[in-house]
Design a protein around this ligand. Structure first.
Ligand SMILES: C[S@@+](CC[C@H](N)C(=O)[O-])C[C@H]1O[C@@H](n2cnc3c(N)ncnc32)[C@H](O)[C@@H]1O
Length: 279
């Protein structure tokens, strides 16, 4: 009898990232263009849509340089990253967590492994730094955190081969020479729907209403060039007003478990496209 070899897992996000889109992809599916040349994802985060699409040509970017370094190292230095993660996994305990949190690794691969380790063991996978840029999230309360899956990291590394990855802000897309055959997916920090829902501190700077307006100008500029543009955001008047004239689709996201029963359920979000029907 021929024994089949264990199958490599498909590539998928390897970081816990606030705002990750993994659970919304099936609702995005009908609005994804079927044909495009280069895929751009300028608010990379956990990269759920990139891993779903696995395009051959892509430009991935984020304003968070530590995060970008992780992707670059997973693409180029997977063996070194894996080696350091094995050490972190074996040594993990509370003292070790705070020791690594306070450390400043000297190589890029060590920096990447440090972020991956902290991401899987810190409170809720949050990424937060103080004014000096030092990561300051406390340890999470996990019995046995699953720190890394070597096969998954390898699959991600393969999906990232040949992909351009860099640190930049979304506005830099205005200088990039996009062609009308390209597809851009914007997943910015969401505009708060209420005063208490403001979770926009992904990096040192918060994403303001002014940033949302600037992003809309970039969206319009690209759409006018014929680029296929898609954007996610919260469903609120401000965002609907900004993007009036484009195609606004309602999406429902599951709200995380809330002790208040009136706050459980599905919350509407919007997916905005510059095109009517995907081509
Ligand atoms: C909602 S998350 C993206 C989630 C991602 N699509 C996923 O599936 O995990 C937003 C990302 O935008 C990045 N970001 C915030 N401000 C930015 C800016 N001005 N330019 C580019 N990226 C920015 C943050 O660092 C964060 O990684």
């Amino acid at each position: 009898m021929i024994k089949s070899l264990p199958q490599a897992p498909p590539a998928r996000p390897f970081l816990k990232w606030v705002g990750g889109k993994g659970r919304l992809l099936s609702q995005y599916q009908p609005w994804l263009p079927q044909h495009y040349h280069t895929y751009y994802e300028p608010f990379l985060g956990g990269g759920a849509l990139f891993f779903h699409l696995q395009p051959r040509q892509a430009v991935l970017s984020d304003v968070n340089g530590d995060l970008v370094n992780v992707y670059q190292c997973v693409r180029d230095r997977i063996h070194e990253v894996t080696h350091h993660l094995q050490i972190h996994s074996a040594r993990h305990n509370q003292d070790y967590y705070y020791q690594i949190r306070a450390s400043t690794p000297s190589t890029q691969a060590e920096q990447a492994a440090r972020l991956l380790y902290l991401n899987k063991t810190c409170f809720n996978g949050l990424y937060r730094v103080n004014r000096r840029g030092q990561f300051n999230v406390p340890m999470g309360r996990y019995h046995q955190p699953h720190i890394f899956n070597p096969a998954l990291l390898k699959a991600a590394s393969q999906a990232l081969q040949g992909i351009q990855i860099h640190t930049s802000t979304f506005a830099d897309l205005l200088q990039a020479n996009l062609s009308p055959e390209d597809f851009v997916y914007f997943d910015p920090p969401y505009h708060p729907v209420s005063a208490t829902s403001n979770f926009t501190s992904y990096s040192q700077n918060t994403f303001t209403a002014e940033d949302q307006t600037q992003l809309q100008a970039v969206f319009c500029h690209l759409a006018q060039q014929g680029v296929q543009v898609m954007l996610s955001n919260s469903d609120c008047e401000f965002i609907r007003d900004l993007y009036q004239g484009f195609y606004i689709h309602q999406i429902y996201a599951a709200r995380s478990v809330n002790s208040n029963p009136s706050k459980r359920g599905k919350i509407p979000e919007v997916l905005i496209t510059s095109y009517a029907k995907p081509t």
